[in-house]
Design a protein around this ligand. Structure first.
Ligand SMILES: [Ca+2]
Length: 173
């Protein structure tokens, strides 16, 4: 299967507010070192070369009541008052159907605002069971007083395994 080849570009971006169409980052999981830098040690532990164009994340969860989520921080100053879109490639194997529709496979935008408002925004549609690579899109309107923004991938209250690659975050409005 032919897939886009993307490079991580966050480091190349200057500080400041982004405009529509500007890319915050493009993550290809090129190697364990860059994955650890962007996603922390848990990301490095989930790094996998198996079956990927370069590398990707493999996240397994044995406990159907447990969660395994990996976050990448997004600079809140760059996305305040904007519409943030994150596109991810994901596949799954034996993902159990969660009790609630917002649980299960996660490709989720999280924000916390100064007002106290906290939101967890899901990609749609969500799948369970076994499925091949597909592109999923998560989109959120980030409030002007957002102080903490992240994107999180993994499994919550579903057992099974998911793989992630080619994650792109951009400003669309
Ligand atoms: Ca990759």
């Amino acid at each position: 299967m032919k897939r886009k080849f993307l490079t991580f570009a966050a480091a190349a971006l200057a500080f400041g507010t982004l405009s529509a169409g500007e890319v915050l980052f493009e993550e290809t999981f090129a190697d364990a070192e860059s994955t650890a830098k962007n996603w922390g040690q848990a990301g490095a532990a989930a790094f996998s070369a198996d079956g990927f164009e370069n590398g990707g994340l493999r996240i397994a969860n044995d406990n159907p009541k447990g969660a395994r989520l990996l976050p990448i921080r997004i600079d809140a100053a760059k996305v305040r008052g904007k519409k943030l879109k994150v596109t991810s490639m994901v596949r799954g194997e034996n993902v159990s159907k969660p009790e609630k529709p917002y649980l299960g496979v996660k490709a989720m935008i999280y924000y916390k605002a100064a007002s106290g408002d906290r939101q967890w925004i899901e990609h749609k549609p969500k799948k369970d069971g076994t499925f091949g690579w597909e592109e999923v899109v998560t989109q959120a309107d980030i409030p002007a007083d957002a102080e903490d923004v992240s994107f999180q991938v993994g499994l919550q209250e579903s057992s099974g395994t998911v793989w992630f690659d080619d994650i792109k975050a951009e400003i669309v409005e």
